[in-house]
Ligand binder design. Structure first.
Ligand code: NAD
Length: 467
């Protein structure tokens, strides 16, 4: 086995080795799609588009509900596959598949919702309608593999587009199984296509393909930047859900214990491989000691281990490369203040870790770590909290903890971020828009806004006066 260009194990030229991060064992070998296979998938999606676009809304909704039923029937199977392939606790994987199912149910309902305006104009009337884009390319990461793919597929299909999905090469298994389920549920051939390949080969071809109308991407800011540049050549529509370095702001007047006990799960969930991870914990100086003492107990109690053990709360990282990357953030001005336990190898383990104090210019303060590592940073008063929280190229999510309702709202409104929570660390809801400010990307997923990202607005004018 050799290393591919992105650190992905390549078994031979034509196959990708899919590993189980908890054991490092080979889970599957998947034929590797290159540019030619992407072209075949795009051609299939293009052929299927006119008929899918023209399916009567009620029928399209019915077909998508059948996909919901098929996923419900395969819930356990999909969750097990995701838990093993992504190394996440089985209960978390079940929850994610549950959300993916609900996303399809929600957007099946959206098919028949009205979405246009009537606008009075001189000598007649104009109305708008939303029309599908055509073939949409979806490029997704490995941290929430099927869930994030469904955030894109469900609104895209509901709006009448056909899709080519390129899942992350490390975690393609649930996407492949989904494609079978969708076909069995009655989606016409060519409506959902999955190509498993590397970003540099398959991903790049999808981005450059002239017959792809849009790329919906979730992944790192570096790759998002490259995709936006390449997509410009064909003026493709692009939405980007990128990285984050979110702040968890804890004021002295908060329930400090509640904030400290909740903080680990805002970073260490999914072993910290979460774009919404609130990995910068900003604490008002007068309560730092109190906060750290509660945090310590909570972090040390986290059960890290086999994803299939029902008592496990945190699994391994996705790969050896990711573990190396995460480890490089620790030390040299960012000292370990609190550390949990992790199993010895095999498996890509890394213990939950809190760094404190951390030098102002240390990379752990500013860069997305994407692993179970948080930094604690003290602040002095409201203005300082806002300044520190906004001192980031990212703006995806964040939290404010305080018992002063007006202050909570004021600070949340002042933070440059797409999703904020007050006295909570939750970011993602099926029915509310999700997406980033600044270099966390653009476009919104979930909720009613998601449909906008998969349609064009068309204006039709009717002359009623004959002039
Ligand atoms: P990544 O950017 O390395 O890869 C994401 C996807 O892009 C993969 O499918 C990969 O094969 C593909 N890709 C890589 N290079 C490409 C290229 N040149 N052209 C086209 N496609 C290419 O990201 P990752 O490591 O898989 O995921 C982690 C990142 O995703 C983190 O930065 C995280 O914050 C981000 N993320 C963001 C959100 C969000 O909603 N904002 C959600 C989850 C993850």
């Amino acid at each position: 086995m050799t290393k591919g260009t992105e650190g992905t194990p390549l078994m031979e030229d034509t196959a990708l080795a899919v590993l189980e991060p908890a054991t490092e064992a080979l889970l599957a070998s998947v034929p590797r799609a290159g540019a030619d296979e992407v072209d075949v998938a795009v051609a299939a999606a293009r052929r299927a588009f006119p008929a899918w676009r023209d399916v009567a809304p009620a029928d399209r909704a019915r077909l998508l509900r059948r996909v919901v039923e098929a996923m419900e029937g395969a819930w356990d199977e999909l969750a097990l596959l995701e838990a093993r392939n992504a190394g996440k606790p089985l209960a978390s994987a079940r929850g994610e598949i549950g959300m993916a199912i609900e996303v399809f149910r929600y957007f099946a309902g959206a098919v028949e919702r009205p979405h246009g305006e009537t606008i009075p104009v001189a000598d007649g009337v104009a109305f708008t309608e939303r029309t599908p884009l055509g073939v949409v390319g979806l490029i997704t990461p490995w941290n929430f593999p099927l869930n994030i793919a469904c955030w894109k597929m469900a609104p895209a299909l509901a709006a009448g587009n056909t899709v080519v999905l390129k899942p992350a090469e490390l975690t393609p298994l649930t996407a492949l199984r989904f494609a079978e389920l969708a076909l069995d549920a009655g989606l016409p051939e060519g409506v959902v296509n999955v190509v498993v390949g590397t970003g540099r080969e398959a991903g790049r071809r999808l981005v450059e393909h002239p017959d792809v109308a849009k790329i919906a991407f979730t992944g790192s800011t570096a790759v998002g930047r490259e995709i936006a540049q390449r997509a410009a050549a064909t003026i493709k529509r692009v939405t980007l859900e990128l990285g984050g370095k979110s702040a968890n702001v804890v004021f002295a007047d908060a329930d400090v214990e509640a904030a400290a006990l909740a903080a680990p799960w805002a970073v260490f969930d999914n072993a910290g491989q979460d774009c919404c991870a609130r990995s910068r914990i900003l604490v008002e100086r007068s309560v730092v000691d109190e906060f750290l003492s509660h945090l310590q107990g909570a972090v040390e109690a986290i059960r890290v281990g086999d994803p299939l053990d029902p008592t496990t709360e945190m699994g391994p990282l996705i790969s050896a490369q990711q573990r190396e990357r995460v480890a490089a953030f620790v030390g040299d001005g960012a000292e370990v203040a609190i550390q949990g336990r992790a199993p010895e190898g095999p498996g890509f383990w890394f213990p939950p870790t809190v760094l404190w104090p951390v030098a102002d210019d240390h990379p752990a303060r500013h860069e997305e770590i994407f692993g179970p590592v948080a930094v604690v940073v003290p602040f002095d008063g409201e203005a300082d909290a806002v300044r520190l929280a906004n001192d980031s190229i990212y703006g995806l999510s964040g939290s404010v903890w305080t018992r002063d309702g007006a202050k909570g709202l004021r600070v949340a409104r002042a933070l440059e971020s797409g999703n904020l929570s007050i006295n909570s660390n939750s970011s993602v809801r099926l029915t509310t828009p999700f997406g980033g400010f600044k270099q966390s990307g653009y476009g919104r997923e979930l909720g009613p806004h998601a449909t906008d990202a998969y349609t064009e607005v068309k204006t039709i004018y009717i002359n009623t006066e004959g002039k």
